[in-house]
Design a binder for this molecule. Structure first.
Ligand code: PGA
Ligand code: ZN
Length: 416
């Protein structure tokens, strides 16, 4: 039989923040077929699958030698001899070898590296593009609308801005290429404006600018100004998406926002007034990951926007089901390393689709040049991808892969 995994090999490489991460190679029928690298979050949800870090002094505790060793010993042994095209069986073996509820034994970083390397290898072995090789039935592939994070705050910047991500969303364009161009021109327009206002400081972890601002709302004003300065309409062409990542500033039932301690209802009122006055198309993690009541009552307000759970759901089917049952949001962020295998990631997307929730496939703030998420977003036809600023190769690798795929003539998802 051909198409068997003959070896798996992992090593530690550097991610975009200069921290170690896991890279895995998959050999099929004796030849090196593929390589995959695992990303890492900064504002991680507490319910995520466990990223195994070594602790101790080396790398200030962030080494991944234990995870690498797990791949090169236990996981290699269970995968060698497997049919590389049977992703579900491969992921089943990985889950079984770990045996825990949260992948804390082998490490979700070790497991996802193997899962993605095998997925990439099977596409190469079959000679089909990755986006056409997703396990399951995904009948409507499309180019996703990018959520481009051009102003960074929160845990991704050393500034006073509480909101983690201010993103532009170029939905009103006929194809992905022109949407990407418009979003990128907006990024450069924002740079000019920040420079003129003396606000151009550093760059955040996802490649966006990281100014200190008097109030969080200033970020919204700056984005609208940048969209219009670039020559686009903030009403019909480019909208704004926020990732508040509110768990990062929630403590003892209060949110520390704009220098004040406020409750969930007050924060909801602020969001509602923003939605009324700015072209906001989505808000991610508006509340803490366990403040379900605030999520439910904000969703009940019926704003015509995507309310996206990231830390809330951590790409986990049990948490997603609770959110569906209780009406806690209407959309979910999808990060493969929050759950740990490709099969489980796609299962969560399937549940979301069935229940009318939108899926936004996402990178992490710590990234590599791995571009697998681009193909997942296209192949599932989910319509949205969140992958940072249109700058820095850890971010542009995903956009550039989408440009390559766009040559196949797939439709641009656009506004739906
Ligand atoms: P993280 O940020 O990768 O640091 O968790 C991304 C996000 O919150 O969406
Ligand atoms: Zn988030």
């Amino acid at each position: 039989m051909k198409g068997l995994i003959t070896d798996i090999h992992a090593r530690s490489i550097l991610d975009s923040r200069g921290r170690p991460t896991v890279e895995v190679e998959c050999f099929v029928d004796g030849s090196l077929m593929s390589r995959a690298a695992v990303p890492s979050g900064a504002s991680t949800g507490s319910h995520e699958a466990v990223e195994l870090r070594d602790g101790g002094d080396l790398w200030h505790g962030s080494g991944v030698e234990k995870a690498v060793k797990n791949v090169n010993t236990v996981l290699r042994d269970v995968l060698v001899g497997s049919d590389v095209s049977d992703q579900e069986a491969i992921d089943g073996l990985l889950i079984e070898a770990d045996g825990s509820m949260n992948k804390s034994i082998m490490g979700a970083n070790a497991i996802l590296g193997c899962s993605m390397a095998a997925f990439r290898a099977s596409s190469l072995a079959k000679g089909v593009p990755l986006w056409q090789n997703l396990p399951g039935t995904w009948p409507n592939p499309s180019l996703p609308v990018p959520l481009m994070n051009i102003l960074n705050g929160g845990a991704h910047a050393s500034t006073n801005v509480d909101v983690q991500e201010f993103m532009v969303v170029p939905y009103g364009f006929p194809d992905f290429d022109s949407a990407l161009r418009a979003g990128t021109e907006t990024y450069h327009a924002l740079k000019k404006t920040l420079g003129e206002k003396g606000l151009l400081g550093g760059i955040g972890d996802e490649g966006g600018f990281a100014p200190s601002l008097q109030k969080n709302e200033d970020g919204l004003r700056l984005l609208v100004e940048a969209i219009e300065r670039a020559g686009y309409s903030s009403e019909t062409q480019i909208g704004i998406a926020l990732d508040v990542a509110a768990s990062e500033f929630y403590k003892s039932g209060k949110y520390s926002f704009d220098g004040r301690e406020i409750g969930g209802a007050d924060l909801s009122a602020i969001y509602s007034s923003w939605v009324d006055r700015y072209p906001i198309v989505s808000i991610e993690d508006p509340f803490d990951e366990d403040d379900w009541m605030s999520w439910i009552s904000f969703t009940e307000r019926g704003h015509d926007i995507r309310i996206i759970g990231d830390d809330l759901y951590v790409t986990n089917p049990i948490r997603l089901q609770k959110g569906i049952d209780e009406g806690a949001s209407n959309s979910i962020l999808i990060k493969p390393n929050q759950i740990g295998t490709l099969t489980e990631t796609l299962k969560v997307m399937g549940i979301a689709n069935q229940e009318g929730f939108d899926c936004i496939v996402s990178h992490r703030s710590g990234e590599t040049s791995d571009d697998t998420i681009s193909d997942i977003a296209v192949g599932t036809g989910c319509g949205w991808i969140k992958t940072g600023a249109p700058a820095r190769s850890d971010r542009t690798s995903k956009y550039n892969q989408l440009l390559r795929i766009s040559e196949a003539g797939l439709p641009y998802s656009g506004w739906v």
